[in-house]
Design a protein around this ligand. Structure first.
Ligand SMILES: *Cc1c(COP(=O)(O)O)cnc(C)c1O
Length: 336
């Protein structure tokens, strides 16, 4: 396992997530930025740390000093890594990123003639430890996964003398479930660890994160009373409105305005009006015992009702990844 803990462990909080993953003894941790790897070292992580995105040139030395394993996508980046290892006076380990269709990083699988020999020759101060690719559509089915695996294979098959123990890794969460036959050295799960679904017909994750907010104000609205910026909502009759202390400034997507829902008092209630930066209003007409201090659930389960992370993502027109990484630091993380 090479669990991905980039972007603050998908927004949940890397300093809490990593110790919990540590107890499962993963091979290492995956990040996207050099600063994230350096932060893991500062937390005392001793396992390998792989930076799975190209590093900016001016961060390469810092990565080497932090014993991070960089992903390399170009001969220029490999030369820069060689120079950094010499400057720091150490051996730097690196992974070959092969682009098999994602297009955002990696050496182009179709042009191996142009780079393979130079990229894989012995270089002083460098140790080539892994080769990988990233899947672009594993959540949608297996056809593209088979093809991307084949493309990586055409590159690896050309290696005359691969280093002993060269790691091969391709599977993200969806790939790990759909095509476990391609789990070679490690798999790189992310979203499934944090409670996001991985496609139709696949196992559902355990819910991991829930989002709750306090009621801070309750009012009885008279017919015609308007609500929120743009007054996009007006009471059609006598209604009871509850103001929740959460808004888009906490990461509740503004796209849920007039369409999302919350759980309160054992019922599912609609979000009404536009979500503001700091507060959101729900219609609690007919819900008994809602008062200041009551807790509403925006994501999670309460008393048999459930609003899933993926349901919220769909309603907001996005994906679970963006919902989780969008939760801001103002929203306190409470670990149970
Ligand atoms: C983010 C990432 C993953 C994890 O993907 P999930 O879909 O979250 O499982 C795996 N590999 C790479 C290179 C990534 O950037």
């Amino acid at each position: 396992m090479l669990p991905m803990v980039k972007a603050n462990a998908y927004g949940l909080g890397v300093s809490e997530v990593v110790p919990r993953l540590e107890s499962l003894e993963p091979w290492g941790f995956g990040v996207a930025a050099v600063s994230e790897g350096v932060a893991l070292r500062a937390m005392g992580v001793e396992r390998p740390i792989v930076v799975c995105s190209p590093a900016p040139p001016d961060e390469v030395e810092e990565a080497v000093r932090g014993r991070l394993q960089l992903s390399i996508s170009s001969l220029g980046a490999l030369d820069a890594l060689e120079r950094a290892a010499r400057a720091v006076g150490t051996t730097a380990e690196w992974h070959l990123d092969v682009d098999t269709g994602m297009g955002r990083s990696g050496f182009d699988w179709q042009r191996a003639d142009a780079w393979l020999t130079d990229a894989t020759r012995d270089r002083s101060g460098l140790r080539w430890v892994g080769a990988y690719t990233h899947l672009h559509s594993a959540d949608e089915g297996v056809a593209t996964v088979h093809e991307q695996w084949r493309r990586l294979g055409t590159v690896l098959d050309r290696l005359e003398d691969p280093p002993d123990g060269l790691m091969i890794h391709v599977l993200n969460s969806a790939g790990a479930f759909r095509t476990p036959e391609y789990a070679r050295s490690v798999v790189r799960p992310g979203i499934f660890l944090y409670g996001g679904r991985i496609g139709e017909g696949q196992p559902s994750p355990e819910p991991v994160a829930s989002v709750h907010a306090r009621v801070v104000h309750v009012r009885d609205a008279t017919p015609g009373s308007t609500l929120g910026y743009g007054s996009t909502y007006a009471a059609t009759g006598a209604e009871r409105w509850a103001t929740l202390s959460i808004g888009y400034g906490d990461g509740l997507p503004r796209a849920l305005s007039n369409r999302g829902s919350a759980l309160i008092g054992g019922q599912r209630v609609p979000i009404i009006g536009r979500i503001s930066m700091d507060v959101t209003v729900v219609d609690v007409s007919g819900v008994s015992e809602v008062k200041e201090g009551s807790v509403a659930t925006l994501i999670g389960s309460r008393e048999g009702e459930q609003i899933t992370l993926d349901e919220v993502a769909e309603q907001a027109g996005t994906i679970s990844y963006e919902i989780l990484t969008g939760l801001t630091s103002r929203l306190p993380r409470v670990w149970t």
